[in-house]
Design a protein around this ligand. Structure first.
Ligand SMILES: [Zn+2]
Length: 476
């Protein structure tokens, strides 16, 4: 017995001392690296991934492959960092019905896998998480995840009777004291950010968060060394929130053009446009969704979603009335203005970029009508439509977003970072739509199924058409 114990101890010790030789290494060879920082792309490169981290990146000529390394020759392919979406909501939908009862660990994981399939390797959830999502996040941070990494704002601050949140998950507040208590509770749970909603849905909701409440939220967040990010719509609210010390905005100003006063304030205080959600405004402005036959879209959504979006009943309702997405209870007044809203958002995004405001990339995907992963590619295409280069769009979605998140371990391709990577067949710098030519996705060095290997909630053979090698076509 004693001898067995000793043998076991020796065996354990040998595992520790020979740990280096047990390291798992995979090398991506002969790729063009786009590192996410905006630096020029590097053809003829290799990336060495060891135990989920990038151990080395450089020219193939200087590559020293460790013994036993798996080598993947990826001649002709392009590698960029995993995309980070800084504004999502997870697990709240069943087909086109939104309800807190669908926010289960299974459904959240299903969404995180879809994000990953689209090359979105990290997401910031803004304010609709049940507590188990924080547990999942904690588990991810102790391991090598094989689905999108979570950053969580727990339960965000919603004004009682006002806009925002997720009924049954967020607990609305009405006084500064309640606001401070809410922030204390979220901080105790270990959230990454504090989210607040200040909107009245184009004056269709009589109650909007008061400035006393918002300033209490922001002040209390800062006492806990947490940053506050706000859902906004109006220019006046954006200015007030900056005075109160807000750290970032979860949507673009959309009621009118931004002015130099706002831009100057944002720059002077380093306030971020965390997520411009241009793809959200675009989705809402479209009566007929042009991507309903695009395999890049259809593979990532449930058959029930496709049936609802393609139904003749919906088409009729779109033409005759206000219904653009089944299940959305919006009034005509809200959708009526969406065409103007999307152009205002695009114009204001351009103004912020030109002024040099910190901009991330975020979509507000997850709720009805905005689709996990798919929207991130739409968002980058819309950024380019406003005049940014593909390189800048990629940077906003990778290293800039990592800077916003305050996480130095993701967002670019460099030694020491997590190996969160997207391998593309075609050069996204030639055409931003080429981010859709996804050949492989790695999260912490784990190869995960791509969207081209995915057929959500159906047998694989039910999804036909499209592949990583087919050139994407802008569906509109
Ligand atoms: Zn949102």
């Amino acid at each position: 017995m004693q001898g067995l114990k000793l043998a076991a101890a020796l065996f354990a010790a040998s595992l520790v001392t020979s740990g280096a030789s047990l390291a798992e290494t995979t090398i991506l060879k002969n790729v063009t690296v786009i590192d996410g920082t905006g630096a020029a792309s590097m053809p003829g490169s290799a990336i060495v991934m060891t135990d989920g981290k990038i151990a080395w990146v450089g020219p193939v000529a200087s590559l020293k492959a460790p013994k036993g390394a798996k080598i993947r020759d990826m001649s002709g392919k392009f590698v960029m960092p995993g995309i980070i979406d800084s504004h999502v909501h997870v697990g709240m939908m069943h087909d086109v019905t939104q309800d807190e009862k669908y926010e289960t660990p299974e459904n959240v994981q299903a969404d995180l896998k879809i994000y990953a399939a689209y090359g979105v390797t990290a997401v910031q959830v803004l304010g609709t998480d049940k507590d188990f999502v924080l547990d999942m996040r904690n588990q991810q941070r102790k391991s090598r995840p094989n689905m999108a990494r979570l950053f969580s704002s727990g339960q965000g601050a919603v004004m009682k009777g006002g806009y925002g949140g997720l009924v049954g998950v967020t607990q609305p507040i009405s006084t500064p004291q309640e606001a401070r208590t809410l922030v204390d509770q979220q901080a105790a749970k270990g959230v990454d950010f504090i989210k607040l909603w200040m909107d009245d849905e184009r004056k269709t909701i009589p109650v909007k968060m008061t400035y006393e409440v918002s300033s209490a939220i922001i002040d209390q967040a800062h006492k806990h060394h947490l940053r506050a990010v706000a859902h906004i719509f109006y220019l006046a609210d954006a200015k007030e929130l900056i005075h109160e010390g807000v750290d970032g905005f979860g949507h673009m100003v959309r009621d009118q053009p931004v002015d130099s006063e706002l831009l100057d304030m944002m720059k002077a205080k380093g306030v971020w446009m965390v997520s411009s959600t241009l793809s959200r405004e675009m989705a809402y402005s479209l009566a007929i969704m042009p991507w309903l036959q695009d395999p890049f879209f259809t593979r990532g959504v449930t058959p029930g979603t496709l049936d609802a979006l393609r139904s003749p009943a919906r088409e009729k309702a779109v033409v005759l009335g206000p219904t653009r997405f089944p299940g959305l209870p919006y009034e005509r007044k809200v959708f009526f203005d969406m065409d103007r809203t999307v152009f205002q958002a695009l114009e204001n995004y351009q103004a912020m970029v030109q002024a040099g405001v910190n901009t991330g990339m975020g979509t507000d995907s997850g709720p009805n009508g905005r689709f996990p992963g798919f929207n991130a590619h739409e968002e980058m295409q819309l950024e380019v439509m406003t005049g940014r280069t593909p390189m800048e769009a990629i940077k906003s979605a990778t290293s800039d977003n990592a800077r916003w998140l305050g996480d130095t371990s993701i967002g670019s391709i460099a030694a020491g970072k997590w190996a969160d990577l997207v391998v593309l067949e075609k050069n996204p710098l030639d055409d931003i739509r080429n981010t859709e030519t996804i050949a492989a996705v790695y999260i912490a060095g784990n190869s995960v199924p791509t969207i081209w290997q995915t057929c959500r909630d159906r047998a694989a053979k039910a999804c036909t058409g499209g592949s990583s090698t087919v050139s994407p076509v802008m569906p509109y």
